[in-house]
Write a protein that binds this ligand. Structure first.
Ligand code: F6P
Length: 284
């Protein structure tokens, strides 16, 4: 596992260099959802594929940017699912974007996710990783080296920030009422449109809630289970928070039927997630 995490550190530096180059042009390729890919998406995917393909013990890699699974060694134990450049729609605005990795042992699902990591391409490159059963580890790349950061991610019972995803016009009424009730309680809006910086912000500030509900335009949510949702679910639970779907089920109990399956998802500290369960009528 150390080798995989070390490889992600090297990948982080290479992908950051691509972002710094700043080629915002479109490629001629499309991803699994049919979106035209940026040249940067394709280049980041290529860098990651090349680095992960060189590792031992990797059965397969599955990229958010690719339709198909790439089998490397059918006898090996790990499948790595990754989103090479999450939030590429805001990269042209010079916003912070990220990359997300889930390392699964066996068939990828919430139960088989053993390690998760994300990289933040901000003012500094930062990497947060968690091995199941352990607290999250945060590192920052400064002056050409990775430095461990002291600040542990442990969420308080209640936070101050609300990150509501999706198009309001398409939210169910009970979701709108819940989001409004948080603002009426004094929560502050923090939403950049990038899952990595938005969830990282909640982790750094010690709590709050990020929501991406089922909406009339995307009834199964927008965010992908294997590449985006499950890795963050492992990190939020390890930080003492909760990560659930719209039925109140732990996201880590989900098992996608297809590797591009999405799900509505909610990540946060206990107070806000418990309030959401009441508002949705799914409290135990
Ligand atoms: O996965 C795509 C993504 O850009 C996430 O990074 C982000 O959280 C979400 O979509 C934003 O979606 P919306 O603009 O619908 O809130």
């Amino acid at each position: 596992m150390k080798t995989i995490l070390d490889s992600i550190k090297t990948i982080a530096v290479s992908v950051d260099a691509l972002i710094q180059e700043g080629d915002l042009g479109y490629s001629t390729q499309h991803n699994a959802t049919g979106d035209t890919q940026l040249k940067m998406d394709v280049a980041a995917d290529h860098v990651i594929e090349e680095a992960l393909s060189a590792l031992a013990h990797v059965r397969a890699i599955i990229s958010e940017e690719k339709e198909d699974v790439l089998i490397l060694d059918p006898q090996a134990p790990y499948t790595i699912c990754y989103d090479p450049l999450d939030g590429s729609s805001i990269v042209d605005a010079n916003f912070t974007v990220g990359a997300i990795f889930g390392i699964y042992e066996g068939e990828p699902s919430g139960a088989s996710l053993i390690t998760a990591a994300y990289v933040l391409f901000g003012r500094h490159i930062e990497m947060v990783s968690v091995e199941r059963g352990n607290p999250p580890v945060r590192k920052r790349f400064v002056h050409g080296r990775w430095h461990p950061m002291d600040q542990a991610f442990m969420l308080n019972d209640k936070g101050k920030h609300n990150a509501p995803g999706g198009t309001q016009q398409y939210w169910p009424a009970y979701h709108k009422a819940f989001i409004d009730s948080l603002f009426a309680e004094g929560y502050r809006l923090r939403y950049s449109g990038g899952m990595v910086p938005d969830l990282h912000h909640l982790l750094v500030k010690g709590g709050g809630i990020f929501s991406y509900p089922a909406t009339t335009d995307v009834p199964n949510g927008k965010l992908r289970q294997l590449f985006e949702v499950l890795p963050f679910a492992l990190i939020f639970e390890a930080a003492g928070g909760q990560a659930i779907d719209h039925h109140g089920q732990r996201l880590l109990e989900l098992a996608p039927k297809h590797h591009h399956d999405t799900t509505p998802c909610f990540f946060g500290s206990n107070y806000e997630i418990n309030a959401l369960k009441k508002a949705y009528g799914i409290a135990e």
